[in-house]
Design a protein around this ligand. Sequence first.
Ligand code: ASP
Length: 411
Amino acid sequence: MSLTMKILLGMFLGLVTGVTFNLNGIDGAFSSFFVDEFFHVVGKVFLALLKLLVVPLVFVSLVCGTAALDDVRKLGRVGGKSFGLYILTTAIAISLALLMALIIQPGVGFNLMSETSFQMKEAPTLAQTFINIFPSNPIKAMVEGNMLQIIVFSILFGLALTLVGEKGKPVLQLFQSANEVIMKMVLIIMELAPYGVFCLIAQVFAKQGLDAIAPLSKYFFVVTLVLLMHITLVYPLILKFLCGLNPLVFFRNFRNVILFAFSTASSNATLPVNLETCEHKLGVKNSIASFTLPLGATINMDGTAIMQGVATVFIAQAYGVGLDAVDFLMVVLTAVLASIGTAGVPGVGLIMLALVLNQVGLPVEGIGLIIGVDRLLDMMRTAVNVTGDATISCVVAKSEKQFSKEIFDAK
Ligand code: ASP
């Protein structure tokens, strides 16, 4: 059985097991042992194993990637292209979300008397977000897993390594061989995925159940619909027309990453698998993937922007607040910026939604309305987020001639 089949089976069995526990109640000793202890422990260990690779992999792989770029101007070009394309796809995502939400009107007729309780956590300001990109201590950045800071340090390190020339060779070789070792670790941990995924999904559904969706079914439906549209229309069109690649082959090669993202609801935790897949199955050269993917996992959140667009319209309608054209433009702008500031971990998109709501004067408590179904949507939007990262990596790699069609086409 292929790994994909095993992961799908793990998901399916996890779903059935979780729903069964949920229907029977999870307060008994037997159920709580499984849900709170067993599933919880195995799921957390699996997530930890994935996450433990992120910092060393990004550091080592990006140093190798930067050192492989023979000229510094290339780096600026790759950075500019990836950043521009990431922003563009996010803007498309949020516009699509607003459009569909305005057509379907998920919040109209919503009963606002329902309980809303949401403690808003503070969202960072824009200036702070910018300052935070630059590390004052690289070890601290790594300890905290601060991706943008690690990216800045790794690029500087890789750049210096190239400039040092001959004397830098031994260090470069060390990094190249460490890169191979960590990639191997990714493959080993991927083998554990079916079990990890089973426990993660079982726990989510045991706790969540499906009944939370019913009152919010229209909101849930619109977010899901736009996520599907984005992943089945926008990305394939980009792949087809910007780089002449067959989207079906892309998805065949990429499917495991989507399953990982769905199960973990974290772009960061999915990053090692995404890097491995982009390099070895999609044909994106390390010099591009090592830069574009960590950057994308941190700043490119199309799925999250979609949720935020639909949620904004939903909350406005539910509270009977009208939004005009300027408001919509503000939503697009803030959601794109919020997407840059959203860390690739579960649930952060909802916190950043506060930023968007504030911007257009909508009640932040509205978040309390949708929090109940957010975990499931988080899983789906994370799958879209990582697909966006890989799509843009292909485009950038193709345009920089750092793409191997043989690897892409290989079965
Ligand atoms: N969970 C998402 C991710 O990691 C972020 C979010 O929307 O909360 O990509």
